[in-house]
Ligand binder design. Structure first.
Ligand SMILES: Cc1cc2nc3c(=O)[nH]c(=O)nc-3n(C[C@H](O)[C@H](O)[C@H](O)COP(=O)(O)OP(=O)(O)OC[C@H]3O[C@@H](n4cnc5c(N)ncnc54)[C@H](O)[C@@H]3O)c2cc1C
Length: 378
């Protein structure tokens, strides 16, 4: 008997793209999402071109949307030193508000049951029936296969006591992300990464002549500024002259920024209680690499290949879990490690200054480092 009832917990890029692939192959898919679409998320909204073809194959008409194509990277230090380099592959700009909502509509048209405002509180694996019971909003659903694509931080991480939630490193060193949309005067083919003490801020163009400005910093940095964003901007971010100028001259389109806290970049487990984990739930690459969305999408592609084989009785559940883990590690483990090493090089004003000045005469090294954090088109 075909085991094709699939439950997906979390409707970001990983969950939605998996839902579309499975629905096209005749799976009965239920996707649980705690929010209501469309909504804004903290994300730099720079998508590596390695995902372009895959996203189009999912049914998103990227080429019809006339999106900005980003070919150049600029990095600045808090003291204003600037390094510019052509990106080896490049990317394009598109808001999560638009792409996620488009994927939701495609998934729905293929028959995926999308349950919004449903926060999954529990996932039980039943050995006797080799199935899962998913609990949300005082109701339960039984499925053959369950995938957790619930992002960087979820109640389920805490419920499962996942090691990264418990670790001393995460408790001491958790991160905060802040995002704005704005209109400003900035080249559309460029992404800038402006560093400040204990953080960095990306800016690049998205659809409709808008720009996304998104930064990552430590929770400690905010605490030192009396837990007030404006105060932290004044005291820390604006020491970088480029950031000071953007904040002074841009037209901000949100009344309040979108924020997220308690982000961890530590390695994570890939299977919990027989649930396969995807996207940020499986491991988060540091945002300065601009590759998290592509990893979420590519991860869904490899997961679906194994899920499909399992559903058709070609491999066992044990093989599903081990094969998925092996494929995921082969593709992404090194990228995550490189991302953590690069992020560790930024932080102090002195360190960033020395790094940028030493890299400036060696553009091929910059290109090589960028390539190590990216994959090939899939
Ligand atoms: C500051 C910052 C900047 C970034 N910039 C970039 C960039 O420019 N380019 C790039 O490629 N990547 C970037 N990233 C990374 C990128 O945003 C993520 O890698 C990507 O969003 C991962 O997608 P996902 O599907 O795993 O998770 P998400 O998109 O976070 O989706 C997870 C979903 O699960 C839902 N959920 C959680 N718990 C539950 C539950 N219990 N029940 C039901 N639903 C639940 C959430 O509401 C959410 O909708 C950035 C990240 C940060 C923090």
């Amino acid at each position: 008997m075909r085991k094709n009832k699939l439950g997906i917990v979390g409707g970001g890029l990983a969950g939605l793209s998996l839902a579309i692939q499975a629905a096209r192959k005749g799976f009965e898919v239920t996707l649980f999402e705690k929010n209501t679409y469309p909504f804004h998320r903290v994300c730099g909204e720079y998508i590596s071109l390695e995902s372009y073809d895959f996203i189009e194959r999912l049914g998103v008409p990227l080429s019809a949307w006339n999106l900005p194509v980003i070919k150049e990277l600029e990095i600045t230090s808090p003291k204003g030193t600037r390094l510019s380099e052509a990106l080896p592959l490049g990317g394009f700009g598109l808001s999560r508000y638009q792409i996620d909502f488009e994927l939701v509509q495609i998934a729905r048209s293929l028959g995926v049951l999308i349950l919004e405002k449903h926060t999954v509180s529990k996932i039980d694996y039943l050995t006797a029936t080799d199935s899962f019971i998913i609990s949300a909003n005082q109701q339960t659903w039984e499925v053959d296969c369950c995938v957790g694509s619930f992002g960087k931080k979820s109640n389920l991480d805490v419920a499962w006591k996942r090691p990264f939630v418990q670790s001393q490193e995460t408790r001491l060193n958790n991160y905060l992300g802040v995002k704005y949309h704005l209109r400003t005067d900035f080249p559309k083919d460029k992404i800038a990464l402006h560093n400040f003490v204990d953080g960095y801020c990306g800016i690049s163009a998205i659809e409709d002549d808008k720009y996304c400005l998104c930064y990552l910093t430590t929770a400690q940095n905010l605490k030192k500024s009396g837990s007030k964003l404006e105060q932290m901007h004044e005291q820390v971010l604006f020491r970088n002259p480029y950031l000071k100028s953007i904040f002074a001259n841009a037209d901000f389109l949100f009344s309040e920024p979108v924020t997220i806290s308690q982000i961890s970049f530590e390695p994570k487990t890939l299977v919990e209680n027989h649930v396969l984990l995807l996207g940020d739930a499986a491991g988060m690459i540091t945002p300065l690499c601009g590759n998290g969305m592509s990893m979420a999408l590519h991860g869904s592609k490899i997961a679906f290949e194994w899920i499909d084989k399992y559903a058709n009785g070609i491999i066992s559940r044990y093989e599903l879990e081990t094969q998925f883990t092996t494929s995921w590690n082969q593709l992404f483990k090194r990228r995550l490690w490189v991302g953590r090493q690069i992020q560790a090089q930024f932080g102090s004003e002195f360190q960033t200054e020395v790094l940028l000045r030493s890299l400036k005469p060696f553009p091929f090294i910059v290109k090589k480092i960028i390539s190590l954090t990216h994959g090939k088109p899939f």
